[in-house]
Design a protein around this ligand. Structure first.
Ligand code: SR1
Ligand code: MG
Length: 431
């Protein structure tokens, strides 16, 4: 068992008054906020599963402050969680800023003992998931998220790093295992067994939940994915790249919340983005005010799914052809024209394997949001529970086939085609 983390004796949960006094003592922050500390407006706005998030506004400007709690906020003090996740999040933010510039919020201040990070206030950005529920389209998203993933994943992989650099990177994040364990349990184990914290839209999905607990083919498939998650340190992944970890406007995209970062399989991040778009697509019917009134939005979501993969793959391959200074695929082994051609064939094979991983992880990410502990607002915001269950049953049907028949999904168009086909399928309880 991993040793229990020692909490820094100076750690305390900051309430509004403590935070005001604390920030007033950080000159760069006080200058950024401007005016008298007593006049700063401080509001706790965290709606995530784990942390406190404050928005602080002063006479000159605003900031966001995130503080880790020593437990899982969603569940309470009965589920302790190491504060060190704030340190790993800070490390990941610095790494992502170096590789993607403006695509992550600027870090203004970090206090490891308090597990606290002050960041640029993203305004008027909103959480992308909320925009998708409203049926809003985001024209920058494909270009920005594909750049984010191609850069962060390629430049932390063995294609770009020496073996020593890569192993130093793995070591720097190896301590974030408690966050990995959440994923190992909540995504790769619990939805397929009886677990106290599981929930689903009952009674409509009772039979489906039972099926998922009984299906040994699915249990093999999810266990293979779990092993890949645990034993494939391909790159420094964000680790929780759903649409609740992305903030958007019509012109900007910002990726936030990399506290689950560690060296893991690249397909886990790509699959997270794709799964959350597919869930937005299949939840959309539950947000219609009149039949078909979200058709344009829904078509955009599927184009976005296609664009996310194809632009990611294109950009990743451009980097591989031009920036491959790592110890993987030594240049000396691919000399001359024949070597160049063979390496290019191998790059395509690599991308095909990565696509298979992406499809499998996207399926796992979908299933956990419907049968596990932590659900998505896309579905939860559908007030009519039977309608919600219909949308969720469609998503489960798609995810199940993506997980069990991953090799038959050889292109992203095959995934969007299957999503389109399931969009109007009626589960038995709705017939
Ligand atoms: C107990 S934490 C539940 C979920 O919230 C985070 O956003 C991750 O997705 C995690 O699995
Ligand atoms: Mg988060």
């Amino acid at each position: 068992m991993a040793p229990k983390e020692q909490q820094d004796p100076s750690y305390r949960i900051l309430h509004e008054a403590d935070l005001r006094a604390y920030l007033a003592d950080v000159p760069a922050i006080a200058a950024q906020l401007g005016g008298a500390a007593a006049d700063w407006a401080i509001t706790e706005v965290g709606d995530g599963n784990l942390n406190l998030v404050f928005i602080v506004k002063g006479a000159r400007g605003g900031i966001a402050v995130k503080q880790a709690l020593p437990y899982v906020r969603l569940v309470g003090e009965s589920w302790p969680l190491p504060l060190s996740r704030a340190h790993y999040e800070h490390l990941a933010l610095v790494h992502q800023a170096r590789l993607t510039g403006q695509l992550v919020p600027a870090v203004l201040h970090h206090d490891r003992a308090l597990a606290l990070t002050a960041m640029e206030l993203l305004t008027p950005h909103i959480i992308m998931r909320r925009g998708l529920i409203e049926g809003i389209r985001y024209p920058r998203f494909v270009d920005d998220i594909s750049t984010f993933m191609a850069n962060t994943l390629f430049f932390s992989s063995d294609l770009a790093l020496t073996a020593a650099e890569k192993k130093e990177g793995i070591a720097a994040f190896a301590g974030n295992h408690a966050l990995c364990k959440i994923t190992e349990d909540l995504i790769f184990t619990d939805p397929y067994r009886v677990a106290e914290q599981n929930r689903w839209t009952t009674p409509w999905l009772d039979a489906t939940a039972q099926d998922f607990r009984d299906d040994l083919d699915l249990h093999v498939a999810i266990s293979r994915l779990k092993l890949k998650f645990m034993a494939s340190p391909e790159a420094l992944i964000h680790g929780d790249l759903h649409t609740g970890s992305i903030m958007v406007t019509q012109d900007q995209t910002r990726v936030i919340d990399p506290e689950f970062a560690f060296y893991g399989p690249m397909g886990f991040d790509i699959g997270a983005v794709i799964a959350n778009l597919l869930m937005a697509y299949l939840a959309s019917a539950g947000h219609e005010r009149a039949p078909g009134d979200r058709a344009v939005f829904e078509a955009w979501v599927l184009e976005t799914v296609e664009g996310v993969w194809s632009e990611f793959a294109r950009k990743f391959l451009v980097l591989w052809r031009s920036e491959a200074r790592g110890d993987g695929y030594p240049v000396a082994l691919f000399p001359g024209e024949a070597g160049t051609a063979r390496l290019e064939t191998e790059r395509q094979a690599y991308m095909a394997r990565l696509f298979q991983d992406t499809v499998g992880f996207a399926a796992a990410k979908t299933i956990r949001r419907i049968l596990g502990l932590a659900h998505n607002l896309d579905f939860e915001a559908i007030a009519d529970e039977k309608q919600r269950a219909i949308c969720e049953a469609r998503a489960l049907r798609l995810a199940r086939s993506m997980m069990l028949e991953a090799p038959s999904f050889t292109t992203i168009d095959a995934v969007t085609k299957a999503a389109r086909e399931v969009r109007d399928w009626q589960p038995e309880f709705a017939r």
